[in-house]
Design a protein around this ligand. Structure first.
Ligand code: 6PG
Length: 221
């Protein structure tokens, strides 16, 4: 099920959706995945001042660059600087993708950790945030890359030829197991791409974001 929200109040709308989703959850541990890039940063910064029971959240990351956690390109660093270092999320509840490791090893370690916490059945996020690129990528599922074809594993390494870099990313099976996905997209190009996709264009990686038993909110700013 899809919901498209066009808003002039992107950050506050995103914060409201995140807060409401946490508040309405009956789960003892609320599993939330953070996305990288630049779009979510002001949202994370705004969340710092919200009344959220951070002790009850388990935090994952939908992808990571293959850099150390203190590198300026690190999605973990961005989230830690903007949010995680300023709220009371338990350290043990932050499941970081270890960008400093070999990408295959990093993906295996992250998946193992998720499997431990889910008892082996699919790890279900209560809320998974995603950004998107103007080429229709999301997480590190870029057009024409191997990870798009992953149907079993939850976390995989992915070489991105256009950038000549490796990434570690959640796969479609893990992403689409989420109860709710909030896609954060700003700018006219992304807005047009989302509308093309909603109207049936399935050529983009993000077109395959379709939770089995969940909802996608497309927040367009
Ligand atoms: C990353 C993200 C990526 C990002 C999009 C949008 O590691 O960069 O996972 O999918 O969300 O590229 O990035 P912007 O928000 O900076 O436009």
């Amino acid at each position: 099920m899809n919901e498209v929200i066009n808003t002039d109040h992107f950050v506050s709308e995103a914060v409201s959706i995140i807060k409401a989703t946490i508040a309405e959850s009956n789960e003892s541990v609320f599993r939330m995945s953070l996305c990288g890039g630049g779009t979510p940063r002001p949202i994370y910064e705004a969340l710092v001042n919200e009344a959220i029971d951070w002790e009850n959240l388990e935090i994952t990351f939908s992808d990571e660059r293959c850099v150390p956690p203190d590198h300026d390109d690190s999605n973990y660093k961005m989230a830690a600087d903007a949010l995680l270092s300023k709220v009371s999320v338990k350290e043990n509840n932050i499941i970081r993708i270890k960008g400093e490791l070999d990408p295959v090893e990093s993906s295996l370690q992250c998946e193992d950790e998720l499997r431990k916490r889910s008892g082996g059945s699919i790890y279900v996020h209560d809320l998974l945030l995603l950004g998107m690129g103007e080429d229709g990528h999301t997480a590190s599922l870029f057009p024409g890359t191997n990870a798009l074809n992953e149907s079993e594993r939850w976390v995989v390494d992915n070489y991105i030829p256009d950038k000549d870099v490796n990434r570690v990313t959640f796969s479609y099976p893990l992403i689409n197991a989420s109860r709710k996905i909030l896609v954060l997209a700003t700018g006219e190009k992304k807005k047009k791409l989302v509308n093309d996709m909603i109207n049936g264009d399935e050529s983009f990686p993000i077109s395959k974001i379709s939770p089995d038993n969940g909802k996608v909110i497309w927040l367009l700013g």
